[in-house]
Ligand binder design. Structure first.
Ligand SMILES: [Zn+2]
Length: 474
């Protein structure tokens, strides 16, 4: 049974869905004004692994990931989410494009990058700009209930009217009074109130009509509107990066629960930061890497995926090229093993063949994933299967290669790794056959020459006890 760390209760809790066999999952998606960096992808990977594992466990998952194509408000260092400029509009001006062209470009980029990383596409990617009427409806109701107020065309949520404010992040009003540095706005009653609707300045490129002003929505209200629209009043799981906890998710809870009178989300899952040299990877720190930076260094998307999964989502991960090299070696040995399983033919008589007992690996793998999606442990189980399986193959003792192959494919599916069956070039196969013949004639000098020749072409040949051999990629 899956246990998952819930930011709301600060505990690892057994996952239980609202409706048996079904899971509603919402992920805060990208703001499409710039390239998504690897730190963001680490968080999207968590949602992907969560979904894959839930599906593997037999659940039917409905996954929604929004596209923020209006407003400015996801930038790392904006403290309160209702200040700063519209990043999409700003980019549009600097690139001499319309905001829609900017948003379309980066949305396409985002989806293509997710595909390369083998992140399953959400069942739907709603765009904020297509849900303005839903947002207005929620804001009207909050005003009606006296939980929000309007001034000069701007509408703010009054956090003093929501006694549970701070229950997710710990930033209760009492704590906020002590330490928070929040953006001031002349129309706010309290500095910690957040914007639901803002009147657009004249130069603003993206504006929508509303009962209060020609303006645009606050960032937080988007996710409430789209989560309600596609998943209902209470959902099972909401995911995001740890920087979403406050103010974004805290505000989502306040406005959603005030609006519906129901609990908004049962499980909040947050992915910790990706670090570079001990510092958070972020746009504002200019220390961020894009997918292309990694591909440009010759690494594959699968090697990157494996690297990002090498720490559990609840732990920070320090990004380095060394980490990628290590992931390359691991992936190489997994793919080698996978390839060998296809070519492998036990040569000894049936009676001597041992069936490789797979239950223990399956149990260990499931136990690791059940424990708050412990991907590094799950990967260790795969590597153990590879090393034990290799030993048995070298001895020609493995009697059930097809079963081993299926198990490996299952594990890979959960971690989203695309396995590669390598085709050994004909030339290499011929050289290896030639080498086998000279070895049979005890011509070891020629055998060594041939081995070197094979190595120069990028392959290794390993001899097994019965005079056979295995070819591996170097
Ligand atoms: Zn969100």
């Amino acid at each position: 049974m899956l246990k998952i760390y819930n930011t709301l209760t600060k505990k690892k809790e057994q996952f239980k869905p609202i409706n048996e066999g079904k899971v509603s999952l919402y992920t805060c998606g990208p703001t499409v004004y710039d390239f998504v960096h690897l730190g963001n992808f680490k968080s999207y990977l968590t949602a992907d692994i969560l979904r894959r594992y839930l599906e593997y466990s037999g659940y039917e998952v409905r996954h929604i990931k929004n596209i923020t194509d209006v407003g400015h408000l996801t930038e790392d260092d904006i403290a309160q989410g209702d200040s700063g400029e519209d990043k999409i509009a700003q980019k549009a001006l600097s690139e001499k494009k319309t905001p829609k062209e900017v948003a379309d470009f980066y949305e396409e980029y985002f989806k293509a990058a997710e595909k390369k990383l083998n992140i399953l596409p959400a069942h739907y990617f709603p765009r904020a700009t297509a849900h303005i009427p839903q947002m207005i409806k929620i804001i009207e109701k909050l005003l009606e209930k006296g939980l929000a107020y309007e001034k000069n065309g701007n509408v703010f949520f009054d956090v003093t009217k929501f006694p549970e404010y701070g229950k997710l992040s710990g930033n209760t009003l009492k704590n906020l009074k002590v330490g928070a540095r929040l953006e001031e706005h002349p129309d706010k009653k309290n500095p910690w109130d957040f914007a639901l609707w803002l009147k657009a300045p004249k130069v603003h490129l993206m504006k929508f009509s509303s009962p209060w002003s020609l303006g645009y929505p606050g960032w937080h209200i988007e996710c409430t509107a789209m989560s309600l629209e596609y998943l209902g009043e209470t959902i099972d799981i909401h995911t995001g990066g740890e920087d979403n906890i406050f103010p974004h998710h805290e505000a989502e809870i306040a406005q959603s629960e005030s609006y519906t009178g129901q609990k908004f989300v049962n499980f909040w899952v947050h992915t910790r930061f990706l670090l570079v040299d001990g510092e958070k990877m972020s746009k504002s720190k200019h220390n961020f890497y894009k997918l292309e930076d990694v591909l440009g260094k010759g690494f594959s998307p699968m090697e990157l995926r494996l690297a990002l999964l090498s720490s559990q989502h609840c732990n920070q991960l320090n990004f380095s090229w060394n980490l990628l090299s290590q992931s390359r070696a691991n992936l190489e040995s997994i793919n080698d093993f996978y390839t060998q399983l296809f070519a492998y033919e036990p040569k000894i008589e049936e009676a001597k063949l041992a069936n490789f007992t797979l239950d223990a690996y399956k149990q260990e793998f499931t136990a690791a994933m059940d424990d708050d999606l412990n991907t590094p442990k799950a990967l260790a189980v795969i590597l153990k299967l590879v090393s034990d399986g290799n030993k048995m193959m070298a001895e020609k003792l493995l009697g059930n290669p097809a079963e081993v192959k299926l198990l490996l494919e299952d594990f890979a599916q959960v971690l989203g790794l695309i396995l590669e069956k390598r085709e050994i070039p004909e030339e290499i196969k011929q050289l290896a056959e030639e080498r086998k013949k000279v070895r049979e004639n005890k011509d070891f000098a020629s055998s060594d020459d041939l081995r070197q020749k094979i190595e120069k072409l990028g392959y290794l040949v390993e001899d097994s006890k019965d005079g056979e051999y295995i070819i591996k990629k170097k």
